[in-house]
Every structure is written in C-alpha cells, then in structure tokens.
Design a protein around this ligand. Structure first.
Ligand code: MGD
Ligand code: MGD
Ligand code: SF4
Ligand code: MO
Length: 898
C-alpha cells in the first residue's frame, strides 16, 4: 500500500458537503420530494433550477464498474473513478442509451443518491480496521473491545466452534438473518443458505437454518393460502394498460429507488404514456409515492385493512354490484354453496409456501371438527357467522378511520375503473393482523374481477421483469445442509432462551419427526455476517440486551461487518470485512424489459487489515481441516470464472455472452463490467390469466385448485396449534377467513388506553435499513425524525423541531419531532433503521462509536435511546401463523422533553 489507510480516508472525504446537497437536489422528483428536512414545509424539499451547478473537472487513473449490494431490492450499477488507489468519484449507468419504449426496454439502470454517496461508506472514519475481541470480564453489551491479530481471531473462533460442536452438536450453530451484502455471488450474506458460512458448515456437519424473512413473514405464509402464490403479480409495466393503480401500503418512492426496480419511475412512465391513469395510495402516511404520482390518499389506521375490505365488499354486495357466479366459479368460501368445493389436502406441486408447518405433517390430523354452517365470507359480512356483527361501511369506518363515503367510492372505483392494478407493499403484513390483512387485500382484487387480466393484478407486490440473465451463483456448488430442522426467522431469541418449548405446534418449527417434537438444541454460536438483526433490526432491544448479558445462553457471537454497528457492540468477536468495492463479484438486476449483469470489479485494495469473507472462511476451514473441500483449490476470482463457464455450458449464450458482442469469456465480461440486455418484443406477464379465463381447465396452487377465501388449512391449524404460553391472552387468532379482529398492539387493543399512538417504523429513503445511516450527506438530506400529525402535536403542545420522547413498557426513544399533515391523527412515524444509541453513550453525532455502557445500563428500560431506533419500542411477539416479525404493530405515548 503506497498510502496508509488513514491518509486515504482523509483524502477521500475532502469534498464539499454543500456541493453534494446542491447536486443531490438535481436527481429527479421521486428521489428527493418531501425530503425529511425540518424546514416546516410538507412539499418538495428539492432545490430550484437556479441550484444547477456544473460538475467539477477531476482527474482519475481508472474507472471500474461495481454495484451497490445493499438490501433495497435494486442492486444498482456504480462506476467508481479511482486516482492513486482512492475512489474519487462515483457515478452510475448514465452513458448508455436511455429509450424506455412501451414496456421499459433499454433504459438506464441509474442508482439513487445513497449509492452515489458510497465513498462515505468506503472511507468512513468508523470502518472496522482489525479483528477485535470483547474485553475479558466486560459484560456483553458494554461494548468494550481490544485489538487482536488475525491469527488469534481465527485460532480462538475455530477452537470455540470445536467445543460448541462437541458439547451441543452442529444444530446449535445459527447463521443470522443478515442482508448487508446481497445479490452478489460470493460476498453474499442472504439467504443464509447461500452464505460462505453455510458452505463451511454444510461441509462440517450442518447448522440450524431459518425460514422466511423479516421482509415478508406474514405475506409469505398467508397470501399463498388465498391465491396459491404469495409473490405472483402482473409485470409492473402492465400499469400502462390500467385505468387505476392502487398502491396499498406500498411506498416504492422510498423502498425501490433505483435501477430496474425503480417502480415509481415505471409508474411515472406508464402515466406519461396513459394520461388517464389514476393512482390511489392506501396508507397511514401521505407518502413520497403519493406525491410523485399525484395520487388520491386514503389514510387508514395501521392494521385495519381487513376491516376496510370487509366494509367495501359489504357495500358492493348490498348494492348488488358483485358478480357472485363468477366469484363462486373461481373460489371457495364466498358463498355457503361454494363449500362443496373445499378440499382437505393439497395434491401435486405447490408454487407457493405452505403455512408455517412442515408439509410432511399433512394439512389435517383428522381431529378437526366439521366446518360449521354460515362460515362463508358472505355470511361473515352479513353478520350470520359466529360474531354476529354486520360488516357495513359504518362498522368499517369506525375501525379504519376512513369516512364511509370514501370506502364506498373506493369500492366502486375498483369495479368501475377496471382494469385496476392493486399492488400491495409489505407494510400491511408486517403487523400483528398482517396475515389476514394481506389476504384481504388480495381478496378485494378477486371480488372486483381485477385478477388475471391485462392491466389488473393479484395485489401481491409488483411483478418485476419480463427478461433476465441466468448466471449460477456460488451456492449452486454447495453440498446440502445435513441438519433438517428450521425455525422462523424471528424465533432465534426463543431458541437461545428455551428451545424445549419450541415445537411445530407452538413455534412453527419445521423438519422434526412430528409436530409435537421440540427443537433439540439451543442456539449456542451465531455468525452475524453483514447484519444488524442481532440488535438494531430485531424487536425489543432492551429485552434482547438483557438476554445477551447471560453468557451461559448463547456462548459465542461473531459479527463480520464494515463498521462498529449496534450489533457489533454485543458481539464476542468483530471481524473487519472488505467492502464490495475491495473485491470481485457478480450480480444481476432487472425491471420491465431490461436487465443487467455486473461483473463487479475490485476498485481499490482492502482497507486497513480487512479481509474478504472468502479469505476469512477459508482460514477457518483450514483450522477445521476442510480447506481443500471448502475452496476446491480455487481463489474467489477462479470461482467466478468457473461459475461463468458453467452457466454458459448450461444455459448457452442467452444472446448476451456472444463473441459478436465481445462477451463470450469471463475475462472479456470482467473487463466490460456492466452488461445490459433488453427485449423490444416481450410483453408484461399477466398472473393467473389461464385460470381466471378458464377455471374449469386450469388450477392455482391451493388444495382446491381455486382461490381459497375460506382456507381449510387455516381452519385445521386453528384446531391443531396452540400459542406459546406467554401469548395466550386472546389477542392472537388463526381464522380461516381473512377477517378483522382486535389484534395485539392494534387500534382496538385495550393497551391503547395507556399508550394512545400507533407507531409505524416505515422504511426510510435516508438509508437502507441501518446501512448508509453513517453517511453524513444522506443524514443531512433526510433527517431521522418522529412524524406526528399537526392536530395531535397541537393538542400535546409539540412544535416542529421539538425534542420528544416516544415510550412504552419496552423502552424510550428520544428524537426530534416532524409535525406534518402527511401522517394521519393517532399515528406516529419513526422510520426504522436508525442506530440504537443507549443514553447517547455509544455514538457521537457523526455516528462514530465513542463509549461504553455500565452493566446496570445494559438492557435497562429506563436508559433512553438517543438514536431514534424504532426497535426499542417493538415486540418479540411473533405472528400467529408465520411466527415471523410484526414490527409495525406498536403502541406508545409521546411527550415533549425539550
Ligand atoms: N430506502 C429504502 N429502501 C428499502 C429499504 C430501506 O430500508 N430503505 N428496505 C428494503 C427492504 S429489505 C424491504 S423488505 C422493503 C420494505 O418494503 P415495505 O415493507 O413495503 O416498506 P414499509 O415502509 O415498511 O411499508 C410500506 C408502506 O406501508 C405503510 N403501512 C404500514 N402499516 C400499514 C398498514 O397496516 N396498512 C396500510 N395500508 N399501510 C401500512 C407504511 O406507512 C409504508 O408507507 O423495502 C426495501 N427498500
Ligand atoms: N422496526 C422495524 N424493524 C425492522 C423492519 C421494519 O420494518 N421495522 N424491517 C425489517 C426488514 S424488512 C429487514 S430486511 C431487516 C434488515 O436488517 P439487516 O439485514 O440487519 O440490514 P441492515 O440493517 O442494513 O444491516 C446490514 C449490515 O450489513 C453491513 N454491511 C453492509 N455491507 C457490508 C459488506 O459488504 N460486508 C459486511 N460484512 N457487512 C456489510 C452494514 O454495515 C450493516 O451493519 O430489518 C428488519 N427490521
Ligand atoms: S441504495 Fe438501493 S437504489 Fe440506492 S444505489 Fe443502492 S441499490 Fe440502488
Ligand atoms: Mo426486508
């Protein structure tokens, strides 16, 4: 290294912040509207045309293609300009053709402002520089670390692995959910089975896997029960053929900001081509998406979507507007007569996931009582079912907070403005009633006959693309994991504390001989590679901190990251990783009729003592005596070339890897870096078109082969399962119909009399979860703040810019208030992903780690978080079916403190 790491770091950051602010203001409406700046304005925060500045001339030695590999779903190409071994500028796909065409062919795959600020991540002053070990005798969670050598780190970690394996077996090793570096082939932190640690453990006896993810737990387990798939929808570009697009708990202007997955851009293009296209946003917030698309806003109380759908449907039924024969032909559970078609057990291949039980156990144990009369959805609406309540618009309005007239108009619009495309985000399902809410949103699109048609859709999330490039990833070479059982992604703290209560029937454990068997081993060793779910991103931080203090529970936590994150602060070992820009890799992305493949090129040498994950795991493998099996004698680069050659042999040149294009060898592709591929002839796909147009000759992947409004599987589960002992308070239910009930920490939970606000930790444009939070430019462009409604604020004496505490029994968060009419009354927004900072002691205002906690402060609910971290307030309680996270269900109070 010609220049020291510290010198490179200070040199690299010598850029005027103002320059960036002006420049970021130019980057298009969707990305910058409503910047979270606390200037009191609710409208656009972007600069005017007079802020246009010419880019400064700069000097560089080479420009290389890489990508932004964080988990926002976009995986944008980034071009890094390098001078004297330092990245001096970052740009994106802005030199190729940008045509778009009718369905998005051949347009530029541009990154968002976060990706363009990546130099502040690469050259962050808080980059992990060398391996570290928790200071002996200091409690876990205090955050006291000492530098060690790589040799010490590898020796000690592998010795600990040997002892844990011999004491508890391979199934006591857990690879944490972690999405800091995804889409890549080798430096891949998700899904867990694709990680380098998975390869290591597959070769060494196995490890405990988890199913589903923090993104989609409820929808994964539930929407498939209605539709046979939780993720199929018409391609987003089909919106051009719609009259109405409904973004239901879906804010792509925040959550899909770049490249092929820039949904707001696709929708803006559809609007340009089809000026009649209207948009509705159903959300507690008037989102940036609503702004960018000039949408009508239906503001809904969190967790009440199933009540809205019931009210809408009751109205359409009472007005005689539903085509009941059409519905009964394609579904079971609408009318009493349709129960003749209910099937008990699925036969054949399923495309979706079964609910959270093991398919091998079957759907019935034959002990379930027969289904009672009046169990149909129609009976439910008319009050003929068990609860005896009529679900008219007055009832729905009381629960949802939406005026009756709006409910009626919305229902009619879906019918009269068909084809209408409903696209649900994953906000509604990340809720204690999330499973039923996401099924209900699917249901309304069926009942209004918008499913299975051009310009319509299934109400799942957006269908991405009609073209793709196939390239095998490293995981395709991994041997199988010998450990068969898996737990839900959200259940790991329970598996640390007490595995003996975790059965198929209580915690949805899969892969055991019977559903009454318990998880055999507790979790004793955790790999946390590129993840912050050990603390920041999981629920109930204080409770989790308390658990970590007891070292007899989990014995070893190894965090591999680039920074001193909150999760690093509770680890036993911290290993400094190379960024994606310090190594080679391959990743792909697509949207509409365009896709790309990035041969990610190493731009700079590893900073400080950082190593790649491949090197780290190879060193551990050597200590465990399996280096040869792990590496098969290949370097990281040789694996990439091997996978390239294998893919060509399996899939052919795909019209991409041809000699004519100069793309027929790995070396040539690597040299090119960014390769794009598009189709001018592909048309958007229409999900369930065959079934909907001809239900007698086709089927969907449910047991009955029809849409299952009444799910016999859920009916069976409701009789077979029991909730964990601490959650038997009646606030969880498993219901065969997608019905509304008063779920825990929801609007009708009696706890609301103590904690009167529903707090939603939506996903913020400032960062991707917790990644990019430590970039100053982005923090300034979009400040972390608590969104509170203007009237609520007035009633509580809170002014814009005041410091407030938001608190409940689980903890207390201190943050600045953003007073705005863009959130409905009774709801507070506290965007998830800000770094937990107990007592303000761990980090300074530049998010550099500075201090430690005393033992008494660790996990203490009276220690105030100064970071604005939503998960101080969230619950560990899992969803009733998915056993996954419900982190948008939170009740809390707010008060002004300064
Ligand atoms: N910039 C950025 N982009 C990201 C991420 C990020 O952190 N930052 N995270 C990425 C990841 S991993 C994921 S999983 C996705 C997440 O994507 P989503 O889960 O869709 O994102 P959320 O912001 O949680 O929720 C979307 C919208 O739902 C609304 N909502 C919440 N509860 C309810 C409800 O009960 N009913 C209704 N109708 N609406 C509700 C929220 O207010 C929000 O506007 O985003 C991805 N993209
Ligand atoms: N309250 C609440 N909590 C939530 C959510 C919510 O909506 N509300 N959303 C949930 C969802 S959908 C998700 S997906 C999770 C996301 O949770 P995580 O998967 O934990 O995602 P991040 O918080 O971005 O953490 C990624 C970590 O990877 C590190 N990293 C980035 N690049 C690299 C790299 O190249 N190498 C290494 N070694 N490390 C790297 C980052 O520094 C960061 O510490 O959060 C969940 N938590
Ligand atoms: S954060 Fe997401 S949208 Fe932004 S550059 Fe990275 S991958 Fe693209
Ligand atoms: Mo996610």
């Amino acid at each position: 290294m010609s220049v020291s790491g510290n010198e490179r770091l200070s040199k690299a950051l010598d850029v005027s912040r103002r320059t960036f602010m002006k420049w970021s203001a130019l980057l298009g409406a969707a990305a910058t509207v409503g910047c979270g700046s606390l200037d009191g304005s609710d409208s656009s925060g972007s600069g005017g045309s007079d802020s246009v500045i010419e880019p400064k001339e700069f000097d560089y030695d080479k420009a290389v293609w890489s990508a932004c590999n964080v988990n926002c779903g976009s995986n944008c190409p980034l071009k890094l300009y390098v001078k004297d071994g330092v990245v001096v500028r970052v740009s994106t796909d802005n030199e190729t053709e940008d045509v778009y065409g009718s369905y998005g062919a051949n347009y530029q795959m541009r990154s968002c402002v976060r990706g363009r600020s990546v130099r502040q991540r690469i050259y962050n002053t808080d980059r992990l520089k060398y391996p570290m070990r928790r200071v002996a005798g200091s409690p876990r969670g205090a955050g006291q670390y000492e530098r060690i050598t790589w040799e010490e780190a590898i020796n000690e970690i592998s010795a600990k692995m040997q002892s844990v394996k011999s004491n508890y077996g391979p199934d006591s090793f857990y690879i944490q959910y972690a999405t800091g570096t995804i889409d890549a082939s080798i430096a891949c932190s998700w899904p867990p089975a694709s990680t380098p640690m998975a390869r290591l453990h597959n070769l060494w006896g196995g490890w405990l896997n988890h199913y589903s993810d923090y993104s989609t737990s409820q929808i994964t387990a539930s929407l498939c029960l209605l539709e046979g798939s939780s993720f199929s929808n018409n391609t987003i570009t089909d919106a051009v053929n719609s009259n109405l697009v409904v973004l239901w708990g879906n804010n792509p202007a925040n959550t899909r900001m770049g490249s092929g997955r820039h949904w707001t851009y696709h929708l803006q293009k559809a609007k340009e081509a089809n000026p009649n296209l209207k948009f509705i946003v159903v959300d507690p917030f008037y989102t940036d998406t609503a702004l960018a698309l000039e949408a009508d806003w239906i503001s809904i109380r969190p967790g009440t979507d199933a009540a809205l759908v019931a009210g809408m449907t009751h109205y359409l039924l009472s007005e005689n507007l539903l085509d009941e024969d059409w519905i009964d032909e394609r579904s079971v559970g609408w009318s009493e007569a349709s129960f003749a078609n209910v099937k008990e057990v699925f036969e054949g291949e399923e495309s979706g996931y079964a609910p959270a039980y093991d398919k091998a156990w079957g759907d019935t144990d034959t002990t379930e009582p027969p289904v009672a009369p009046e169990s149909s959805y129609k009976s439910y609406l008319l009050g003929l079912g068990a609860d005896g309540v009529v679900k008219d618009t007055a009832w729905a309005s009381n629960i949802t907070g939406i005026p009756e007239k709006t409910i009626q108009d919305f229902a009619k619009q879906l019918l009269n403005q068909s084809p209408a495309m409903v696209i649900q985000g994953w906000g509604p399902q990340r809720n204690s009633l999330g499973g039923n809410n996401c099924r209900a949103i699917g249901l309304i699109t069926i009942l209004t006959k918008n499913i299975g048609i051009t310009g319509g859709g299934t109400a799942a999330r957006e269908g991405a693309a009609s073209v793709s490039i196939r390239m095998n990833k490293w995981v395709s070479t991994f041997p199988a994991n010998p450990v068969p059982q898996t737990i839900s992604n959200y259940a790991w703290p329970q598996a640390i504390k007490d595995n003996t209560v975790m059965t198929g029937k209580t915690w949805g454990v899969r892969g055991l001989p019977t559903p009454d068997d318990a998880l055999p081993q507790p979790i004793k060793f955790i790999w946390n590679y590129a993840g912050n779910c050990m603390l920041n991103q999981h629920g109930d931080i204080n409770n989790t901190m308390e658990m970590y203090k007891d070292e007899s529970l989990v014995e070893c936590i190894v965090t591999i990251d680039n920074y001193f994150t909150p999760s690093a602060m509770i680890s036993d070992y911290i290993l400094p990783d190379c960024t994606n820009f310090e190594q080679n890799d391959i990743s792909t992305n697509s949207g509409g009729n365009t896709c790309d493949i990035k041969f990610q090129n190493k731009a700079i040498e590893p900073m400080f003592e950082c190593k790649t994950i491949y090197e780290m795991m190879s060193l551990i493998a050597a200590k465990l005596g399996i280096e040869g099996e792990f590496t098969e004698g290949r370097t990281q680069e040789e694996w990439l070339e091997y996978l390239f050659d294998q893919s060509i042999a399996t899939y052919g040149d795909q019209g991409v890897f041809t000699a004519e294009k100069g793309q027929d060898t790995f070396a040539k592709c690597h040299e090119k870096g960014l390769i794009k591929h598009y189709s001018t002839t592909a048309v958007p796909s229409v999900a369930f078109e065959d079934f909907v147009s001809d239900p007698s000759s086709n089927r969907v992947s449910t047991p009955s082969g029809k849409f299952e409004i009444f799910s016999k599987r859920l009916y069976n589960l409701s009789h077979q399962w029991s909730f964990p002992a601490e959650y038997q308070d009646g606030k969880d239910k498993i219901t065969a119909l997608p019905e509304y009930y008063a779920a825990w920490d929801g609007y009708e939970d009696p706890t609301i009399s103590t904690y009167p606000f529903q707090v939603v930790g939506f996903h913020h444009k400032q960062r991707t979860h917790s990644t990019y939070y430590n970039t100053e430019w982005n923090r300034e462009a979009s400040q972390q703040a608590a969104w509170i409604n203007t009237e609520d604020a007035q009633n509580l004496g809170i002014s814009h810019g005041d410091i407030v505490d938001i608190y409940n029994d689980r903890g207390r968060v201190r943050i600045v208030a953003k007073v705005t009419s863009r959130v409905m009354p009774g709801v507070i927004g506290l965007p998830q992903g800000a770094w937990y900072n107990p007592g303000g002691k761990w980090y300074n205002s530049d998010i550099e780690h500075v201090g430690t906690l005393s033992e008494a402060e660790i996990g203490n609910t009276s220690v105030v978080d100064h970071g604005g971290c939503m998960n101080v307030l969230t619950s560990l309680r899992p969803g009733p079916i998915s056993k996954g996270n419900c982190q948008h269900s939170v009740l809390a109070s707010i008060e002004k403190v300064g």
